[in-house]
Design a protein around this ligand. Structure first.
Ligand SMILES: *[C@@H]1O[C@H](CO)[C@@H](O)[C@H](O)[C@H]1NC(C)=O
Ligand SMILES: *[C@@H]1O[C@H](CO)[C@@H](O)[C@H](O)[C@H]1NC(C)=O
Ligand SMILES: *[C@@H]1O[C@H](CO)[C@@H](O)[C@H](O)[C@H]1NC(C)=O
Ligand SMILES: *[C@@H]1O[C@H](CO)[C@@H](O)[C@H](O)[C@H]1NC(C)=O
Ligand SMILES: *[C@@H]1O[C@H](CO)[C@@H](O)[C@H](O)[C@H]1NC(C)=O
Ligand SMILES: *[C@@H]1O[C@H](CO)[C@@H](O)[C@H](O)[C@H]1NC(C)=O
Ligand SMILES: *[C@@H]1O[C@H](CO)[C@@H](O)[C@H](O)[C@H]1NC(C)=O
Length: 334
């Protein structure tokens, strides 16, 4: 029998991980004067110095986490477990004051994405606190499709206790890159873009609307969100039957993220499968083998191959030219 825990997104509680600032690692929320029409280089720190070691990547990842919150996702608060934060206890005037009473307030910068991540983290806290639930919290997977695929990726990126992240048909706002989706749109495909997404729903922060018409100033894009999952297990499934899912963008963005898994020496921990022939969020049987491989490796510790990477190249005549978007060479971080 196969046991695994899949935290299916759908549960939302409102709210920041401060970035994991460590020692000299500076993690500002924004970088003024940044400009890059191509995808931002994962292997350069904010100050332009090279990322050369695995320890460097830990700091770089913290920078990316802070920037994603700063520009597009809003603040992700830490666990609210200090009892005085939950309910203040200074004096009589503390009555009714504290997170318990207003959780975070409706004006908190958290978007639906960071709020969902917060909720997933609190579920894992509860599982850790209750071993009698008999769930091995080092073997948790997160998945979801479409908007919940965007959320599943965000959760896997920000919550390092998730062993396996499985975004399904997440498209723009998920495993697609904002810059590439715009390029796809400019090439004639009607896809979900950053300008569209901030009008459609509350998935991203109100602050993001300040940047969607000028993507070059963003020191992030979603290849860096995907890369935050590394070296943990990540397999994304995309569906080329839906043009708005921005198939070229997902492929290019995943390709850019793959350089980080390669740099860390674990390219096989990152899978991508892009096919058509099924309804949005339906599960075609011919994807089961690659999903099983990732389950077996990351949830059951089996020594199986997870070299799962394919696309049908159905990009609606939009051309992927890697050098137009990826201007870095992949280092070896060890
Ligand atoms: C706090 O409130 C209680 C109950 O109303 C009252 O008896 C007490 O005097 C108050 N303490 C202070 C310092 O105001
Ligand atoms: C929340 O923001 C709105 C709009 O800016 C403002 O009118 C309202 O007073 C704010 N509420 C709180 C509790 O700060
Ligand atoms: C959880 O899984 C890890 C990795 O397989 C294993 O080392 C650990 O013993 C497991 N914990 C429990 C409580 O089963
Ligand atoms: C985008 O931002 C850059 C850098 O701040 C600026 O030079 C440029 O004018 C902006 N473009 C638009 C269309 O706002
Ligand atoms: C998987 O099955 C679908 C039909 O459900 C088909 O359109 C697609 O080509 C198949 N893909 C692969 C890689 O076998
Ligand atoms: C995993 O399997 C591969 C291929 O069969 C083998 O070369 C390798 O030694 C195995 N690793 C472990 C830790 O068993
Ligand atoms: C792609 O180009 C071919 C050849 O010009 C054309 O027949 C086809 O309709 C195009 N497909 C799309 C989705 O635009």
């Amino acid at each position: 029998m196969k046991f695994f825990t899949a935290v299916q997104l759908g549960l939302a509680l409102a709210f920041t991980y401060g970035a994991n600032a460590q020692g000299t690692c500076s993690t500002p929320a924004t970088i003024s004067g940044y400009s890059d029409a191509k995808l931002p280089n994962p292997f350069l720190f904010n100050d332009g110095t090279p990322v050369q070691t695995a320890a460097d990547w830990t700091c770089r990842r913290s920078q990316i986490a802070a920037l994603i919150q700063g520009y597009e996702a809003g603040t992700l608060p830490p666990a609210p477990y200090a009892n005085s934060n939950m309910a203040q206890q200074n004096d009589n005037s503390s009555r009714g004051v504290g997170l318990f009473y207003n959780l975070y307030g409706k004006n908190h910068s958290a978007s639906a994405m960071t709020a969902w991540v917060w909720g997933v983290s609190r579920i894992i806290d509860a599982l850790e606190a209750n071993p009698s639930a008999s769930i091995n919290t080092s073997k948790i997977a997160v998945t979801g499709c479409s908007r919940d695929g965007k959320g599943a990726l965000m959760a896997g990126a920000f919550e390092p206790r998730i062993a396996l992240t499985i975004p399904q048909e997440s498209g723009s706002g998920g495993d697609a890159c904002w810059r590439l989706s715009l390029y796809e749109q400019n090439s004639g495909s009607v896809v979900q873009t950053a300008t569209e997404i901030v009008q459609e729903n509350v998935w991203f922060s109100t602050n993001f609307a300040n940047y969607v018409n000028n993507l070059t100033v963003l020191p992030i894009d979603h290849h860096l969100l995907l890369a935050m999952v590394a070296p943990r297990g990540l397999i994304s499934f995309e569906n080329t039957d839906y043009v708005w899912l921005s198939p070229l963008s997902s492929f290019g963005c995943e390709t850019a993220a793959h350089t980080v898994y390669t740099a860390l020496g674990v390219p096989q921990n990152h899978g991508f499968e892009q096919i058509g022939g099924h309804a949005h969020c339906a599960w075609p049987a011919n994807l089961t083998a690659s999903l099983d491989a990732f389950f077996n490796k990351f949830l059951l510790d089996e020594n199986v191959s997870t070299d799962e990477w394919s696309t049908n190249n159905v990009f609606n005549n939009v051309t992927w030219t890697a050098s137009d978007w990826i201007d870095w060479t992949t280092p070896t971080l060890s």
